[in-house]
Unconditional design. Structure first.
Lengths: 173, 108
């Protein structure tokens, strides 16, 4: 089962996605995408690590090249999040650049084939106006392509609003 | 408490006026002044004493470059989660149309 969990900043999307994982089969993998640049990133990583503490997650770092990830066993994987992954693939010199969206979608396909449940967290960043140009617009377009293609492919699409899950496709399991 | 959220100018106030009770607006601005989760929880408790609380959704745009703006958005989102958890009814406005996400609106 493939579930896409979307939400804005501090919408409660991570907490909800983790709650979904806790109802799913072991083993549980957490695929972390954030590259740590500064103290703010480190604090964010630490906050999310604490949330996962004692929940039996095995963390795999995958800031780039999702298509190369091999899960040791079949189970449940939580990938967090597509906003970071897209930025990494677009802007990191080792990333896919303009082919970011295609690479990420291939990676998601490969990942989905390796687990019983794949839960993917992504970001709603499209409601702050339409006047972006250059790199920001490239980023928004790439992330939207990944979001929309994954939503079409997913069994369930849920948007988290103030911690409340709102299903746009499928039902809560 | 009824919590009403939604984008800027989505009709939150207009809708709130149809409901009885004491109302406070712009909770997202109050959140910006909090320095940690404990302060946000305290603020959420205080706001829960109102009958209706309004907060504008500000976390749906591109992540701002300015750290203070990022922190303000985080606080606003976190406070909205806390208010929604405390509310007996949560409404999301969109183009003036209310959608009830939690509980039920009082009959009026």
């Amino acid at each position: 089962m493939l579930t896409l969990v979307l939400g804005g900043a501090a919408s409660g999307k991570s907490e909800y996605a983790e709650a979904l994982v806790l109802r799913s089969a072991l083993p549980r993998y957490y695929l972390a995408t954030m590259q740590v640049w500064d103290a703010e990133c480190a604090a964010r990583v630490e906050k999310h690590r604490k949330m996962r503490a004692a929940k039996q997650f095995e963390t795999l770092e995958c800031p780039l090249h999702l298509e190369t990830v091999h899960l040791p066993r079949r189970g449940t994987a939580l990938l967090e999040d597509l906003g970071n992954l897209t930025a990494n693939e677009l802007y990191d010199p080792a990333g896919a650049g303009d082919a970011a969206a295609e690479h990420i979608l291939q990676g998601l396909e490969s990942l989905a084939a390796q687990c019983e449940n794949l839960i993917v967290v992504s970001n709603e960043v499209f409601s702050g106006g339409a006047d972006y140009a250059g790199d920001t617009d490239r980023y928004l377009l790439a992330l939207a392509r990944v979001n929309n293609a994954l939503a079409a492919r997913a069994d369930a699409v849920v948007r988290v609003v103030c911690g409340i899950p709102v299903y746009y496709k499928g039902v809560e399991k | 408490m009824i919590f009403i959220t939604g984008p800027l100018y989505s009709g939150k106030r207009t809708f709130a006026r149809t409901l009885p009770g004491r109302c406070i607006t712009d909770a997202q601005q109050l959140a910006a002044g909090c320095k940690d989760n404990a302060e946000l929880e305290k603020l959420a408790d205080k706001l829960s004493a109102y009958d209706i609380v309004l907060s504008t959704e500000v976390g749906g745009g591109v992540v701002p470059i300015d750290p203070a703006e990022r922190a303000a958005r985080e606080n606003a989102g976190r406070l909205a989660c806390m208010l929604a958890a405390r509310a007996k009814c949560v409404v999301q406005m969109f183009c003036g149309i209310p959608t009830v996400l939690k509980g039920e609106l009082p009959e009026c």
